[in-house]
Design a binder for this molecule. Structure first.
Ligand code: NAD
Length: 311
């Protein structure tokens, strides 16, 4: 297979001053992309701001022979995102690739103790930031009939101890990925939006304590996630609306499916029947993966012309 190259492509990677984002930006740049390295430069809880973090990463990429410029605006407001996208447009005229990587873990308490501010900060960076950036590059990508967006979700939405805001924000990223992919499919455009749930040692994994953090840094380096992001950012990306775990030098598909379930065939449709059929409903053999909500609705009945609602 020939090398996947990005020559001439313009890419924005958010939160790319260090950790995973820097690994993604470095790989794309090493293969020819022009990189806008965005990073607010705060700590992993979203406190502080320092543009020198993004500048140092951009300098490292240039020192390695790549093309990269730094940007220190925040993804957490639409004004900040407008400034990020305008920065790329002024320098290079378009955005071909967007990697929505910026993220924080603001809340550390349980549901009872988490504050409004912590909830809003986690949602603002991961969920709103991803939304604002997708919206800001959307029209240009549709007009040129080319775009690749890689959203960074997280395995936390499978459950992460007693934490709620961060998993909720990362779940929103996954749902947004599906919704945007359905939109480009409906429009027949070559704009593909996929997502990953990375696993890598980074300053964020310090939250897990020194032992796990040390093992993560040793066995799950950030550079081992980057090939999956690059593959999804490439023009030959083979999918739209998919999610993958990626870490330690491998990747797996993550999907939401529905089971065969149970359909009442007579008027005996009661809470007791629902309870009696529980095991059958939980049985995953013969599951299906709906392409969209209308596809999912069609599992119930084909009497309604669900297709008409797809566009
Ligand atoms: P990290 O803290 O090194 O990277 C996050 C980056 O985002 C930081 O450089 C930070 O300055 C930047 N950032 C934060 N708020 C920002 C804002 N408002 N605007 C612009 N930049 C901002 O941690 P990481 O592990 O490299 O995380 C990268 C992404 O991967 C995050 O979205 C994180 O939630 C996600 N993730 C990481 C893991 C893991 O195992 N490390 C697991 C699941 C998800």
């Amino acid at each position: 297979m020939s090398e996947l190259r990005f020559d001439g492509k313009v890419a924005i990677v958010t939160g790319a001053g260090g950790g995973l984002g820097k690994a993604y930006a470095s790989l794309l740049a090493a293969r020819g992309a022009k990189l806008l390295v965005n990073d607010l430069g705060g700590n992993f809880q979203g406190q502080g701001q320092d543009v020198s973090y993004a500048e140092a990463a951009a300098r490292d990429i240039r020192d390695a022979g790549g093309i990269a410029e730094a940007n220190g605006d925040s993804v957490a407001t639409s004004a900040g995102v407008e400034a990020i996208v305008q920065d790329a447009l002024k320098r290079w005229g378009r955005v071909d690739i967007l990697v929505n990587n910026a993220g924080i873990v603001s809340a550390s308490g349980t549901l009872a103790t988490v504050t409004d501010e912590e909830w809003e900060k986690d949602m603002a960076v991961s969920a709103s930031g991803t939304f604002y950036l997708c919206r800001a590059v959307w029209e240009g990508m549709l007009e040129r009939d080319f775009g690749r967006i890689v959203n960074i979700s997280s395995g936390s939405w499978f459950g992460m101890g007693s934490a709620v805001p961060y998993p909720a924000a990362k779940g929103a990223v996954w749902a947004m990925t599906r919704a945007l992919a359905a939109a480009t499919n409906a429009l027949g455009k070559n704009v593909k939006i996929n997502a990953i749930m990375p696993i890598a040692g980074s300053r964020m994994t310090q939250l897990m304590g020194p032992e796990i953090h040390g093992l993560m840094e040793r066995d799950f380096p950030a550079r081992a996630v980057a090939p999956v992001v690059a593959m999804l950012a490439h023009e030959s990306a083979p999918c739209n609306g998919e999610m993958f775990t990626a870490g330690g030098g491998g990747y797996t598909r993550v999907f939401a499916g529905v089971t065969q379930g149970y359909r009442a065939t007579d008027k005996d449709w009661t809470p007791e029947t629902a309870l009696a059929q529980f095991d059958k409903v939980m049985d995953t053999s013969g599951f299906r993966i709906p392409e969209g909500s209308m596809d999912e609705a069609a599992l119930y009945t084909s009497d309604v012309p669900w297709e008409a609602f797809k566009a």
